[in-house]
Design a protein around this ligand. Structure first.
Ligand code: ADP
Ligand code: MG
Length: 258
């Protein structure tokens, strides 16, 4: 079973410390929710785990199955099994969803040194359709340019399709629910649940608890001022829904006075 371990992580953006001592151990198959007010460092954490060059790790370590990933480039981390669904997915005019996904899959197969490195187009089409069925996506999306003119829900569903095809060990979903109406949140969550399986670990980053009604996390953590200040079960998310983040600020805000 895979394990993702984040140890005493400190991350700076343009010399501003944002993440200040973040610790988390995630086992494959577990769903961890990271909640917190806006601007508290949730996306910074996600980018740092993925290896975005702008997010400088000044202290601590990130280990995948006991191996530090800090020296690995983002594409190596992705091939090693870490997947990030962006809060704001980019569009790539001229590249179809199907071509993009086939390229990503082939890159991974080459890395894994599979005997047949390139998946045949026929085989890929079959696989793509089966994954599209899984997340209830229309086949016509395969022929559209990546994210070009997609609605918020369609972009997120496309990320879920990518997740289904690449089958990472750990998926980080950064505000997959933001800007979606409740039906879209449900559809995307059902998609993630369908592909989750017993092995994939999921870190779901969210400001609101509504997506957690569907994804049902095993653990809920509150990120505040760059570190986890509260951990619990789904009850903690409901408490945040009811009382907002003010009690977190009241309880932990003294950290901000430096
Ligand atoms: P969250 O996702 O929790 O809303 P972010 O991680 O996006 O929070 O942001 C945390 C803090 O880091 C904010 O004060 C934000 O302005 C700053 N920050 C994040 N990314 C950048 C960046 N690329 N350049 C400058 N500041 C950034
Ligand atoms: Mg964010």
């Amino acid at each position: 079973m895979s394990k993702l371990e984040i140890r005493d992580l400190h991350v700076s953006v343009e010399n501003n410390p944002i993440i200040k001592g973040f610790n988390l151990v995630m086992q494959g198959g577990e769903v961890h929710a990271i909640m917190g007010p806006n601007g508290t460092g949730k996306s910074t954490l996600a980018y740092a785990v993925m290896g975005h060059p702008r997010y400088e790790i000044t202290r601590g370590d990130i280990l995948l199955d006991g191996q530090s990933v800090l020296e690995m480039a983002p594409d190596e981390r992705s091939r090693a099994g870490i997947f990030l669904a962006f809060q704001y997915p980019v569009s790539i005019p001229g590249v179809t969803v199907a071509n993009f996904l086939r390229t990503a899959m082939n890159a991974r197969r080459r890395h894994a040194h599979l005997p047949q490195e390139e998946i045949s187009i026929l085989e890929f089409r079959k696989l793509l359709k089966s994954k599209m069925d899984l997340i209830k996506m229309e086949y016509s999306f395969g022929g559209r340019y990546l994210n070009e003119g997609f609605s918020g829900g369609e972009k997120k569903r496309t990320e879920a399709l990518q997740l289904a095809l690449l089958e990472p060990s750990f998926a980080i979903l950064d505000e997959t629910d933001s800007g979606l109406d409740i039906d879209a949140v449900r559809i995307v969550s059902e998609g993630v649940n369908a592909i989750r399986g017993p092995k994939m670990g999921v870190m779901v980053i969210t400001h609101y608890q509504r997506i957690l009604n569907y994804l049902k996390p095993d653990f809920v953590h509150v990120l505040f001022d760059g570190r986890i200040v509260e951990s619990g079960g789904q009850q903690l998310a409901l408490q945040l829904e009811e009382h907002g983040y003010d009690w977190i600020r009241d309880k932990h805000g003294e950290n901000l006075i430096a």
